[in-house]
Design a protein around this ligand. Structure first.
Ligand SMILES: *Cc1c(COP(=O)(O)O)cnc(C)c1O
Length: 452
């Protein structure tokens, strides 16, 4: 029988997101207020986030949360996204495994980030907020939020990590096209930025620093909220639209995944593809493996410490119970800018600790080998971030070949790499390196943080 390559998208976009918090037997510890050491309450988050996002962040009772109609309308621009059988990649690897990928790169901004950006901008608008602020690494989150902010008539200021601001100028152009203001971080426009520039004038920035700047702006500007693109529970919630669609599409293909893979920065796309399938593991009806693929140069899940840590460099955010490399960790300037974050988010950290998910760390050169193979086999040039998931899927498919095992592998293609071609140029020129983080650096960075 000839295999069907494209699994036709379901006509119906899901009407509710899946909230895994409600169904976890072991729940994550609460976030803590760094000043009082007390668990954060929903109201404590109101100064920073919209009320709806604050409520979703803490909601551990409702397994299904309705997607507002205005958000579903926007989703219709590009959702449902295709589920694709990677027949070209299977042939190239000569593997008995069946490889599928969910193609989130078809969104107007080229990544999965729009799924949460639209929801968060919508809630801000609903609540009468006029200005929003955020950080961005490689620029995908900033691009997504710029589009969403414009749609809902919000003013947006984006702090973009300096190394990416210079490496990826077109992402800045995209944000400006949608009407956002983009500031290279660290900047002199905030106290957090000034402090770090004073200490280290050539610092190329990190997501942790950019978050400090955005949070500071939100806290000091009237009617301004801060919006985050990863790590937090409500962001993971919005991304479950990916896995819920994939679940129906896998059904149409007559298969169920043995392995589900997502690349890992703060956890939003990995959570999005995984949680809807993981719910069947939690219910005892499946034994799927879940693999978070992170960079060797930023190995929070494989080598970080489970502790309470700040979400940002300056220590403005609540303390989050998570696997962390320490909030002062300065990752190497790898091209997968969206994966250069020090921590892992509390749901993922709890699932990892309980052995319900696994993590794999992957060297930069292996990710570009995988990306090139994938582009030539499947025709899509993947984002450097997504290439971590591809490399991990390839490892699994090669193992299946060795063991002569038919295995169904599903990975999330979180974005395309068409605006990351300078990274590919460096790879072809032989200018890319692997960066292993020394144990001593991780130990030094996490020493002040108490293990959980
Ligand atoms: C931001 C981004 C990531 C990493 O973020 P997560 O929250 O871990 O998903 C991965 N891939 C792409 C394309 C991104 O834009």
């Amino acid at each position: 029988m000839k295999t069907k390559k494209f699994i036709l998208p379901e006509q119906e976009i899901p009407t509710a997101w899946y909230n895994i918090l409600a169904e976890m037997k072991n729940k994550p510890l609460p976030m803590k207020n760094p000043k009082t050491g007390q668990p954060m309450k929903e109201e404590d988050l109101y100064p920073l986030f919209s009320r709806a996002a604050s409520h979703q962040e803490m909601n551990d009772t409702d397994a299904w949360i309705e997607i507002p109609e205005e958000v579903r309308e926007m989703y219709k621009i590009w959702r449902p996204t295709p589920l694709v059988r990677a027949t070209g990649l299977e042939r190239a690897l000569d593997t008995p495994a069946h490889i599928y990928f969910k193609n989130e790169s078809v969104s107007p901004v080229g990544s999965h980030k729009l799924n949460s950006a639209i929801a968060q901008a919508y809630y801000c608008k609903q609540e009468g907020v006029t200005n929003i602020t955020t950080e961005t690494g490689a620029g995908q989150w900033g691009a997504a939020l710029s589009m969403a902010a414009k749609h809902f008539g919000l003013e947006l200021a984006v702090y973009m990590v300096k190394v990416s601001y210079n490496q990826k100028p077109y992402r800045r152009s995209i944000m400006e096209t949608y009407g956002a203001e983009v500031i290279a971080s660290p900047s002199m426009s905030t106290r957090a930025g000034k402090d770090i520039i004073t200490k280290n004038p050539t610092y190329q920035g990190s997501l942790g620093t950019a978050i400090s700047e955005a949070v500071e702006l939100a806290m000091t500007t009237p009617n301004c909220k801060y919006v985050l693109g990863s790590v937090l529970n409500h962001v993971a919630l919005h991304q479950t639209v990916i896995g819920l669609e994939a679940e129906k599409q896998m059904q149409m293909a007559g298969e169920y995944p043995d392995v589900v893979i997502g690349c890992f920065g703060g956890g939003s796309n990995f959570s999005g593809i995984s949680f809807p399938f993981l719910r069947h593991n939690l219910a005892g009806n499946a034994e799927t493996r879940f693999i978070a693929a992170e960079p060797e140069s930023c190995p929070k899940l494989t080598r970080g410490k489970l502790c309470y840590d700040y979400g940002d460099e300056a220590g403005y955010t609540p303390l989050i119970p998570m696997y962390s490399l320490g909030h002062n960790f300065a990752p190497a300037n790898i091209h997968a800018g969206g994966l250069r974050y020090h921590g892992a988010g509390s749901i993922i950290s709890c699932l990892k600790h309980d052995g319900l998910i696994e993590a794999m760390d992957i060297p930069q050169l292996e990710t570009f080998n995988a990306a090139t193979l994938f582009a030539r086999a499947e025709g899509i040039i993947p984002a450097p971030e997504s290439s971590h998931a591809i490399a991990s899927a390839i490892r699994c498919a090669l193992q299946a070949r060795e063991e002569g095992r038919r295995q169904v592998i599903l990975f999330n293609l979180s974005g395309h790499g068409l605006i990351d071609m300078s990274a590919y140029d460096s790879y072809f020129a032989g200018d890319l390196n692997n960066y292993q983080v020394p144990d001593s650096e991780i130990a030094r960075n996490t020493a002040p943080l108490q293990s959980l």
